[in-house]
Design a protein around this ligand. Structure first.
Ligand SMILES: CC(C)(COP(=O)(O)OP(=O)(O)OC[C@H]1O[C@@H](n2cnc3c(N)ncnc32)[C@H](O)[C@@H]1OP(=O)(O)O)[C@@H](O)C(=O)NCCC(=O)NCCS
Length: 173
């Protein structure tokens, strides 16, 4: 895609008394991402990946951390101590990249403090500026937390359900 990479600007907030910086993911985050994933509860992993995945392989983690900032964009929330507590991403979809699939995961101890909503809001803003016209997402139908976070970020979704999975289409206008 002939578009210039525009990195989202870093942003700061405090959750659980821990100062966090939200910044674009980097290739150097591979081990940190594997550590974040390994510390997630089974429930959180299941909600994100719809299956059991106790560890990310190095290859899986490298794919997540190596993004181009155009077709694949990801933000992480990093604690001052250097560990990651959340990641949100979108990947543009074929054929023309106008739609992008968004996914978010927040470490269990940091959920319900507005982090998921903030990541969606920042990704939405970046994607809109970069010409993405709609986000799509697949979430478990009973995953109200994710669907509510999308709504709080200002996204209105058309939702269809199929075998316990909600398919959300959310225009960015
Ligand atoms: C879904 C998920 C990303 C949401 O992230 P989150 O950080 O917990 O979301 P938010 O904090 O923005 O919103 C969750 C709740 O916190 C509340 N909240 C928001 N800001 C808050 C604040 N500053 N203080 C206290 N609570 C707050 C919201 O009102 C919301 O309440 P509700 O659950 O009663 O609706 C997170 O739960 C998660 O990682 N789940 C597992 C992975 C997953 O489901 N991914 C989706 C598939 S892609």
């Amino acid at each position: 895609m002939m578009m210039t990479s525009r990195k989202p600007a870093p942003s700061s907030l405090v959750v659980n008394g821990v100062p966090l910086t939200i910044r674009p993911i980097a290739g150097e985050d591979t081990v940190r991402l594997m550590t974040l994933h390994a510390g997630l509860s089974e429930r959180t992993v299941y909600q994100r990946f719809f299956g059991v995945l106790p560890q990310l392989s190095v290859g899986q983690a490298e794919r997540f951390t190596h993004v181009d900032g155009v077709d694949r964009v990801a933000l992480v929330a990093e604690a001052a101590a250097g560990h990651l507590v959340a990641v949100g991403r979108y990947d543009r979809l074929p054929p023309d990249g106008h739609a992008a699939e968004i996914a978010v995961v927040v470490a269990d101890d940091y959920q319900h403090h507005g982090l998921g909503t903030l990541l969606v809001t920042m990704l939405r803003s970046h994607a809109h500026a970069a010409g993405v016209t709609e986000f799509v997402a697949e979430v478990l139908s009973d995953n109200r937390d994710m669907q509510d976070a999308f709504a709080r970020a200002g996204l209105v979704s058309r939702t269809t359900h199929d075998h316990g999975v909600a398919h959300l289409v959310m225009p960015l206008s």
